[in-house]
Design a protein around this ligand. Structure first.
Ligand SMILES: Cc1cc2nc3c(=O)[nH]c(=O)nc-3n(C[C@H](O)[C@H](O)[C@H](O)COP(=O)(O)OP(=O)(O)OC[C@H]3O[C@@H](n4cnc5c(N)ncnc54)[C@H](O)[C@@H]3O)c2cc1C
Length: 379
């Protein structure tokens, strides 16, 4: 019996098939090489963009794909099963367009959104700073109004696509406290904006992460999204949606690890039979399959709430927590199923394990998700 993958809905089946086809040709054959050389596959994002896969959850009137979040996340899971790095990249791009879509004026959306969703451009999201990760309200990067321009100074840490993106959604301080933060759309070619050397990470090697440095970067005031002081709510509501993206990415990664482990366990023999015939190992695989399926159910349930226009922040945190913790466990167990081979670079399981770890850290660490969930329970 085949390992159950995502069960496509009527709406998502063709898109998942298209994604599988594109990535089967362009990404899967090179994914280990990209990891080994820490190369960022910008051309793969262009192909995905031209196929309409970088704009799925946005309305067609802005050149988006007009799909529900439920469909978008299923496609994203498929992308991440081919490459977690590219899956994270797609999620971050979608997140970087979210502020303009939700908080931009009609004129701002008409002017910039179609270009951002055209598939040629890639976005990035700048919230974190070196001393302000879990606590973004402690940020120091400043935007000071000077005539009809803001002047930005500071540094935004950990930017996924830092130095590679075409535009940056940036949160910067225009006043004091958590209500003194505003949101800006900053073009990559703005004078004074530069990327520091990429971080040397343990995983997600083909996703570039760098600190973005702002030195007297002048941005027309019309590039501020929402009112002054609304930046943190804009950022945090984007993160609710972004957390669902990471949940889907983690599930795609775990699904792939499960499939590699099951295939190996069917073929590898010990004590005269395939290792999957040993109950001690088979039960490990059963728990992995249950972890993947139950994780998927949490992100789909939260996405359906979002699509129905209902509050979903609590469920998004549950999905992010469950999917990423399950992905860490499933990928770790996949290494175990492969034994010594799983610990080598001859098989992808060690990469999956390295990639899973960061999912518990970014878009709000899993401690922060527990904080959000428990606060919801207290009221
Ligand atoms: C590969 C990568 C890509 C990233 N991409 C982006 C990006 O594109 N844009 C962006 O803005 N940021 C990005 N980040 C940053 C990421 O969101 C932060 O790393 C994360 O929010 C944690 O912040 P921190 O690293 O400063 O950890 P800290 O906030 O210093 O936390 C350290 C530890 O303390 C725990 N902790 C902190 N506060 C509490 C609390 N109140 N209760 C319990 N435990 C707590 C944390 O859970 C963690 O375990 C990325 C990070 C990585 C590693």
């Amino acid at each position: 019996m085949p390992v159950t993958r995502i069960m496509p809905t009527e709406e998502s089946a063709d898109l998942i098939e298209l994604t599988r086809e594109i990535l089967g040709k362009e990404l899967r054959p090179v994914v280990s090489e990209l990891d080994a050389t820490a190369s960022f596959p910008r051309d793969v994002f262009r192909t995905l963009g031209r196929a309409g896969l970088l704009s799925l959850p946005y309305p067609e009137e802005y050149d988006g794909g007009g799909q529900s979040y439920e469909v978008y996340l299923q496609v994203l899971e498929e992308v991440a099963s081919a490459s977690a790095s590219v899956g994270v990249g797609v999620s971050v791009h979608i997140l970087s367009c979210f502020g303009l879509f939700t908080a931009g004026s009609a004129a701002q959306k008409e002017r910039w959104l179609p270009e951002m969703l055209s598939g040629d451009l890639l976005g990035a999201y700048c919230l974190s700073e070196a001393h302000a990760g879990s606590d973004p309200a402690a940020m120091r990067t400043r935007a000071v109004l000077d005539g009809d321009e803001y002047v930005l100074n500071g540094a935004k840490a950990w930017t996924t696509h830092g130095g590679k993106a075409d535009f940056y959604k940036v949160m910067a301080r225009t006043g004091e406290g958590s209500r003194g933060i505003s949101c800006f759309l900053v073009p990559a070619d703005s004078p004074g904006l530069s990327a520091d050397n990429p971080e040397r990470k343990m995983g997600l090697m083909s996703s570039t992460t760098a600190t973005m440095i702002f030195e007297e970067v002048r941005i027309p005031a019309e590039r501020r999204l929402g009112a002054e002081g609304q930046g943190l709510p804009i950022a945090l509501s984007g993160l609710d949606a972004g957390r669902l993206g990471i949940a889907a990415v983690a599930t795609g990664l775990a699904q792939e690890a499960l499939e590699v482990a099951v295939k190996y366990a069917r073929e590898r023999e010990a004590f005269g039979r395939s290792i999957i015939e040993h109950q001690g190992l088979a039960f490990l695989l059963a728990d992995m399959a249950a972890a993947v399926a139950s994780a998927r159910a949490t992100y789909l349930a939260a996405a359906r709430l979002k699509d129905a226009g209902r509050a979903y922040s609590h469920e998004a945190s549950i999905a992010k927590l469950v999917c990423t913790d399950n992905a860490m466990k499933v990928t770790t167990d996949a290494v175990q199923v492969l034994g010594g081979a799983g610990y080598t670079k001859d098989f992808p399981t060690e990469r999956y394990m390295r990639e899973a770890k960061v999912m518990q850290i970014f878009e709000g660490t899993n401690q922060i998700q527990r904080l959000v969930i428990s606060r919801g329970l207290a009221h």
